[in-house]
Design a protein around this ligand. Sequence first.
Ligand SMILES: Nc1nc2c(c(=O)[nH]1)N[C@H]1C(S)=C(S)[C@@H](COP(=O)(O)OP(=O)(O)OC[C@H]3O[C@@H](n4cnc5c(=O)[nH]c(N)nc54)[C@H](O)[C@@H]3O)O[C@H]1N2
Ligand SMILES: Nc1nc2c(c(=O)[nH]1)N[C@H]1C(S)=C(S)[C@@H](COP(=O)(O)OP(=O)(O)OC[C@H]3O[C@@H](n4cnc5c(=O)[nH]c(N)nc54)[C@H](O)[C@@H]3O)O[C@H]1N2
Ligand code: SF4
Ligand SMILES: [Mo]
Length: 734
Amino acid sequence: MLFGRSKKNPVKIADKSVVEWKYAACGYCSTGCSIEVGLNAEGRAVSSRGVAEADVNRGKLCLKGIFEHELFDSAGRGVVPKMREYWHEDWQETDWDTALDKVHDEIRRIQDQYGRDSFAIISTGQMLTEEFYTLGKLTRGLIGTNNYDGNTTLCMASAVSGYKRSFGSDGPPGCYEDFEHTDLLIAWGSNLPEQHPIIYWRMKEAQEKRGFPLIVVDPRVTMLAQNADIHLPITPGTDVVLQNAFMHVILKEGLQDQAYIDANTNGFEELKDEVEKYDPATAAKICGIDEDSIRHVARRFASAGAAMQIWTMGINQSTHGSDGVVGINNLALITGNIGKPGGTSLSITGQCNAMGTREWSSCSGLPNYRMLEVPEHRQEVAKFWNVDVEFFPGKRGMLQTDIYHAIESGQIKGLWLIATNPMSSLPNTARIRKAMEKLEFCVVQDCYVDTESAQYAHVYLPAGTWAEKEGVMTNTERRISVVKPIAAPPGQAKPDLWIFNRMAERFNKDGKVSFPERAPEIFLEMRELSAGRLADITGMDHELIENSRGIQWPYTKEQKDSGEPPPRGGKRLYTETAAFRYADGKAKLIPLPFIDNNEVPDGQYPVWLNTGRLIEHWHGRTKTGKIGNNNKYSPIPFIEINPDLCAELGIQRGEYVRLVSRRSDAIVMAQPTGRVPKNMVFLPFHFHDCANRLTLGLLDPHSRQPAYKQSAVRVEKITDQKEAACLSMEMRKF
Ligand SMILES: Nc1nc2c(c(=O)[nH]1)N[C@H]1C(S)=C(S)[C@@H](COP(=O)(O)OP(=O)(O)OC[C@H]3O[C@@H](n4cnc5c(=O)[nH]c(N)nc54)[C@H](O)[C@@H]3O)O[C@H]1N2
Ligand SMILES: Nc1nc2c(c(=O)[nH]1)N[C@H]1C(S)=C(S)[C@@H](COP(=O)(O)OP(=O)(O)OC[C@H]3O[C@@H](n4cnc5c(=O)[nH]c(N)nc54)[C@H](O)[C@@H]3O)O[C@H]1N2
Ligand code: SF4
Ligand SMILES: [Mo]
């Protein structure tokens, strides 16, 4: 017998026989990495690699980007339009004209019968910006429903609302380069190494060079918390209390930047009165962080030369999500940490183009942060699009989470879902299921045909995805990158832009409104509309963006003409020279009284249910569930559970357990770990019909975003493990 390494085959890297590399930006998360996809002699995509000269990722990619080319021919892709009379019938294949005519006719039938707003449209953060802009023009300018929103309400709505309340406008003020200038970083509810691996790499590299302290606020010991100098394991849902306590210490000890406050903000006295109530001893009892740590972190934050805060869903997905964002902004403002290198409040965005939809989709208003409520904005856009200004609604309609309630109550009768899968991603899916069953007409436009939501559709439109399309995306730091077509959509599937343009023809019979066919032309149209706006892109075009491997907005014609190559665009907003977006140019300090309105653990449901993500999977796994190298890491729904709780309940590692909430139950595998405290389980929400059976999802009053991370459950031991394994198979789908 042969033993030892010398007898083993040497490791060989497979030769993929790449003959050509094609450029795109990654279509998963909002980091915005530049990718090159390798094609073999037959033109098949066989490999992906990071682009070395791209400023964002500098040659790196994470586990999702590296296998992204496998999406093109993955299982479950939709290849032909389908129709049926009732959602529970079998599908009939059809042609595009028939399917699109049906959608047009049903939209108009429902609007004629029940009123314009009885048909709702819900889109996404995962299309290209020109697609968002075109859908916005079609919806606001021709279809005319005001119940038009995106899945970003589940994701970034609290950040948007918090930025608007503090600064007078949405738009993240910082950039990744700030890591290279900061003296201290607080990360609130953000697991950067798993959810934004390349931003994490940028942060870690800067930290290794400069040695700034990293403070992580998260109830779990996440991968980021493991690497932190100080980990503050906060009681779920109480971040606002900790923020108020930090400010209490800063103001009591006179550590604020009074000159900055006086010159740039309103509302200081009101804020001071409110935070007076949050002395560390009182706050500690609510937020679970001891007094000394509160004092210590507050002092270090206020005395750092430049201090930076980032956050993600641990803040946004809460009943005080918008307040949590305002609290972060308050802290930044009272210490003068906005708009300066290393001093910023940077929301880490979620989906690849969640920013593009905020800027251009018209979901919350009109293009480029214009508002339906502002007469000049309405006039400008109506004239530009050649539509009647009175056709625009006077104010924003329902948000996604409210649209489902309106379907339940019969106010909304028809729904067009575009690149979002609410049956997997909305809270309390039993309620969503009932709503979907009530729809008179539902059309699902998705690159996969096997989504949970397509079960309830009357028409299915097969879409292209990612680099089967052409257009731009904006990342977390406002950097616009271009995606170029690398593969053709499979079968008869079509790019979303093509679908919107064909739909527009049906609503635009007299040709009054123009719908350019190609993304580079649409970009030029958007560019015109951006002149003088916050997201000014008048200096950009597709070619310049590609050659620069991404440009940050604002990047104006004047900047371009002044010609400093290569163009970098605007690194920061609200710098010394650029005012806040309120009329007087000042930011608002807003007092944040804390109201504890969450579902909290009790005798019957004694354990916090915290839900979130894993590095290898993407949301409902329509994509990563089909890619072996991603799916193999965690094909089975599982919970992180504390070993002490396992011991108390007699649960062994790898056994299936039942989680029960007031809504429903789910079968998951137990993975004991010290990452969660004894009174919490963490459940990744990637698995079919699993996490969101359990969640309550109370809504934030400002942003209407659900509190996905704070529900109460009970963990039950299961004696028949075989049956449990079969039940859990259902949740593994794909
Ligand atoms: N691999 C991968 N990457 C992704 C995604 C994906 O599906 N897979 N999705 C993308 C999208 S759309 C988004 S929005 C981002 C999300 O990125 P993240 O927000 O970083 O990810 P999550 O796991 O949802 O939640 C982050 C943390 O919030 C913590 N948390 C829970 N409750 C609280 C609380 O009350 N306070 C605080 N401070 N923290 C709390 C959780 O313990 C968790 O560790 O990731 C993006 N990147
Ligand atoms: N419990 C719990 N639930 C959550 C969260 C949580 O942390 N916990 N997080 C929430 C957050 S932050 C988010 S962002 C949402 C995400 O919620 P969803 O938007 O429902 O999630 P995805 O699974 O990414 O759905 C995107 C759909 O678009 C399709 N698609 C992808 N690319 C394209 C394309 O180019 N064109 C078309 N037409 N279709 C495409 C995909 O196949 C998929 O079906 O989930 C939310 N739900
Ligand atoms: S970090 Fe995000 S953008 Fe970069 S390769 Fe990974 S998934 Fe793609
Ligand atoms: Mo998200």
